[in-house]
Design a protein around this ligand. Structure first.
Ligand code: ATP
Length: 360
């Protein structure tokens, strides 16, 4: 069993004024693929490096399989790490690079050969085993780094932005390959990225980090569908979630957006006479050129055909939002269109704290 229990990890770098991780606690089940996601500087690499033993926390603890590893050196933790920079030895052949960790661990040659062949096969590196890294493409070099990590039979696989040096297409292809490989291996994996689409596609769970803390932890689709606060809604999704200033009527029955009154969901009944933020995803706004079927008028500012949809920038009651219209929808800048917010996909946030409203 290689479940991970992270408890109250605090880390401030020497000379730093802010905590790089600020009381982070996280439980990761055996075999789970957990993604740490967040903007630059939010502390995800620091958390990963503390898991690896490359940094020590000021306080808090890390247990793997029930064993406290907080202050163990990296080589005593049975973890493998894949870095963003590949970190392959340039003057050594692919074969040597993949088997490096096993050689260091003084494994028998026969075992090293067998595992290198297995990993090379899995990552389609068989034909390149006798090449030098410089004779490989970026994607192939990244595969070598992954192969080197998986031959180790580690309890935990740690990956720090492993796809960030690849171009967009390669990244997309390798992402799905990586997902399949890690799923087959069933190794507990912690993966750091600032790319929200990578987090959504790869993770069993995603921990969205902000300023050294976990802002939300959950199934990627749940986090996408119901962000815990405005920060998470704005960070996950492309385009980000729309946040529209609104108010609840005095009787709690209506949601007021500018001059428009919409039926308020039952959640809002206990928030009568309160200013709220309405959160709605671009794909959950229906559009029509006719008033009859729409609730709220908007003025089209920008029309961007995306192939499978049309992305509209629309001004609604003095606020700008993004709307994803079907590819057949025809409009032009300056036109008035009618919008309907799908009731089940409306989310509500406190207008001051920007935290999701809960039933009360
Ligand atoms: N070696 C270091 N010395 C001092 N401060 C550091 C060091 N490494 C990171 N920090 C600081 O700690 C905070 C968290 O950094 P960290 O690298 O963990 O963030 P991150 O989310 O991984 O960012 P990125 O995506 O840019 O790598 C930042 O404010 C950063 O400036």
């Amino acid at each position: 069993m290689a479940d991970i229990t992270i408890s109250h990890l605090v880390k401030t770098y020497p000379g730093g004024t802010e905590r790089a991780t600020d009381d982070v606690s996280l439980d990761i089940a055996d075999g789970d693929f957990t993604v740490l996601l967040g903007p630059s500087g939010c502390g995800k690499t620091t958390l990963l490096r503390m898991l690896a033993g490359l940094e020590l926390p000021d306080s808090g603890s890390i247990a793997v399989g029930g064993k406290d590893v907080t202050y163990l050196p990296p080589n005593k933790r049975n973890m493998s790490m894949v870095f963003q920079s590949y970190a392959v030895f340039p003057h050594r052949k692919v074969r040597y690079n993949i088997g490096f960790g096993l050689s260091m661990a003084k494994k028998p040659k026969e075992e090293i050969d067998r595992k290198v062949a297995w990993a090379a096969d899995l990552l389609q590196l068989g034909p390149y085993l006798d090449r030098l890294p410089a004779q490989l493409s970026g994607g192939q070099r990244q595969r070598v780094a992954v192969a080197r990590a998986i031959v180790m039979d580690a309890d935990v696989l740690l990956m720090d932005e492993p796809l960030s040096n690849l171009d967009a297409l390669l990244r997309l292809n390798f992402r799905s390959e990586l997902k399949k490989i890690v799923k087959d291996l069933k190794t507990t994996t912690v993966y750091v990225t600032h790319d929200q689409s990578e987090a959504l596609s790869l993770g069993d769970r995603v921990a969205v980090m902000r300023k050294g803390q976990i802002a939300q932890l959950g199934d990627p689709l749940d986090v996408y569908d119901a962000p815990a606060d405005r920060f998470v809604g704005g960070f996950i999704g492309s385009p980000p979630m729309n946040f529209i200033k609104a108010a609840v009527s005095g009787d709690g029955g209506a949601l007021i957006v500018g001059d428009q009154r919409l039926r308020a969901p039952s959640l809002l009944q206990s928030y009568s006479s309160t200013d709220v933020l309405l959160g709605v995803r671009a794909e959950n706004v229906a559009v029509d050129t006719q008033r009859s079927s729409g609730d709220v008028p908007g003025t089209v500012l920008v029309v961007e055909p995306m192939g499978s949809s049309i992305l509209l920038t629309v001004e609604v009651e003095g606020q700008t939002i993004k709307v994803q219209a079907p590819p057949t929808f025809r409009t032009s800048p300056g036109s008035t269109i009618w919008l309907t917010f799908s009731p089940n996909s409306m989310r509500f946030y406190d207008s001051e704290t920007a935290m999701a409203l809960v039933a009360r």
